[in-house]
Design a protein around this ligand. Structure first.
Ligand SMILES: Cc1cc2nc3c(=O)[nH]c(=O)nc-3n(C[C@H](O)[C@H](O)[C@H](O)COP(=O)(O)OP(=O)(O)OC[C@H]3O[C@@H](n4cnc5c(N)ncnc54)[C@H](O)[C@@H]3O)c2cc1C
Length: 379
């Protein structure tokens, strides 16, 4: 069980209120219209939610990872798309925060606290799980790098003010030849490709980014040349705990809807909640979600305790357990609600579509199992 101090309780209560009063009423609409919720971004910025992980010296609230997990859980209960925007933003921000460059931190991190949006660009058409197959190249020319290549599926892509981009400076060296760069919106040679039409998470943007002789100043390289792979994995390992929190919140949101419906729906002269077949489904949904939650909190606490060598495994385990659970729970929530669950008037069909993505992004659940086994088996 976790204990929150007075300030943390206040933050979570504020998030709960914002989620229920402002984000929930917009969730179905932004999904239906495939609308990027700028009003929600503004709300996040006004309430310090774009920067909970930022230390106070950069204008954040230094909330810590467990509190961020709780924030994501509350938002995901009502709108997983809004949580996705926040997660992708945080991933982009973490590339800079976890890097060694004080100048980049001073220049960019306070901007996030004030409402600038970030994105994280690693995936390419030929480089998904096999990320080292990426083809984007950065060639040094005087005080700049010239980047050419293409990224795909990038969350917040065309909305972001600042993007963390990964590219090879020395492809022959594989992982040791990858570097990370900070790219600002409006940079010459940064071209936005198509916005993807998606099955779920429709209130978020995912787009292609094309780099055509894009000029990035040397001072925007994060860390040394060749430091990109480590930087990327640090951000991704943390992000897997964020997506686990998103999955826990999403599953809980579906359970809440199913319970409410089951108590009201009368069949055979009684609420369906009195039927043992329904009760057993609800019990499984609740128990497995609570198990996923505890594992996710454990992963977050490991990060708060700076036990960095344990982060890859615990975050990966939390991610695949929580997102596989969210997929099952949202599907079962529809089953509990029968035909109504399948209809867009109720939120559970959206929740099921949203849950599917969490099994795929920030590393598929097959890759999460491979990471877990690798960590178990290493000498
Ligand atoms: C909506 C959305 C948002 C995204 N946001 C971002 C973002 O903001 N930034 C970003 O950089 N990327 C983003 N991604 C990319 C995402 O992280 C990748 O889609 C994901 O890592 C999987 O890569 P892939 O799609 O190329 O699948 P592939 O790697 O082609 O995998 C296809 C299948 O093969 C399996 N597979 C592959 N390799 C192995 C293996 N070694 N062992 C077992 N099975 C394996 C996979 O598990 C999967 O089932 C996003 C994707 C989507 C759909």
């Amino acid at each position: 069980m976790i204990e929150l101090n007075e300030e943390q309780r206040m933050i979570i209560n504020t998030v709960k209120q914002i989620a229920q009063e402002k984000i929930k009423p917009r969730a179905a609409e932004i999904d239906e219209n495939e609308e990027f919720p700028w009003d929600t971004i503004k709300l996040f910025a006004e309430n310090g939610l774009l920067s909970p992980l930022l230390p106070q010296q950069y204008g954040g609230i230094g909330a810590g990872y467990l509190l961020f997990a709780l924030i994501l859980e509350e938002i995901s209960k009502v709108c997983a798309s809004s949580a996705l925007i926040l997660i992708a933003h945080t991933d982009g921000m973490l590339s800079i925060l976890c890097g060694p460059d004080e100048n980049l931190k001073k220049k960019y991190l306070p901007q996030f606290a004030k409402g600038k949006l970030a994105a994280f660009a690693a995936t390419e058409p030929d480089a998904g799980s096999d990320i080292l197959s990426m083809r984007t190249r950065a060639v040094r020319k005087g005080d700049s790098y010239i980047l050419n290549g293409q990224k795909c599926f990038i969350t917040n892509g065309s909305a972001a003010d600042i993007i963390s981009v990964y590219a090879y400076t020395d492809p022959g060296k594989r992982a040791k030849g990858l570097s990370a760069f900070v790219v600002e919106k409006g940079t010459k040679g940064l071209i936005y490709g198509k916005d993807e039409k998606k099955m779920g998470m429709c209130g978020s943007i995912n787009c292609e980014l094309l780099f055509e002789d894009m000029v990035v100043p040397v001072e925007n390289r994060i860390g040394e040349e060749g430091g990109g792979f480590t930087n990327m994995m640090v951000a991704l390992d943390m992000s897997r705990m964020f997506t686990a929190s998103q999955a826990v919140g999403l599953a809980q949101g579906a359970i809440d809807e199913a319970v409410k419906y089951a108590k009201q729906r009368i069949q055979f002269n009684q609420p369906i909640s009195r039927l043992q077949g329904i009760q057993f489904m609800l019990a499984d949904m609740e128990a497995n979600t609570e198990a996923a939650r505890q594992l996710t909190y454990h992963a977050a606490q490991i990060m708060d305790n700076e036990q960095w060598n344990q982060v890859p495994k615990t975050s990966a385990m939390a991610k695949f357990i929580a997102s596989d659970n969210a997929m099952r729970v949202t599907t079962d929530a529809i089953q509990v609600m029968g035909g109504s669950g399948y209809i867009k008037e109720y939120p559970v069909e959206r929740m099921m579509r949203d849950a599917k993505l969490i099994q795929i992004y920030t590393g598929t659940n097959q890759i999460m199992r491979a990471v877990t086994a690798r960590e178990m088996l290493k000498d």
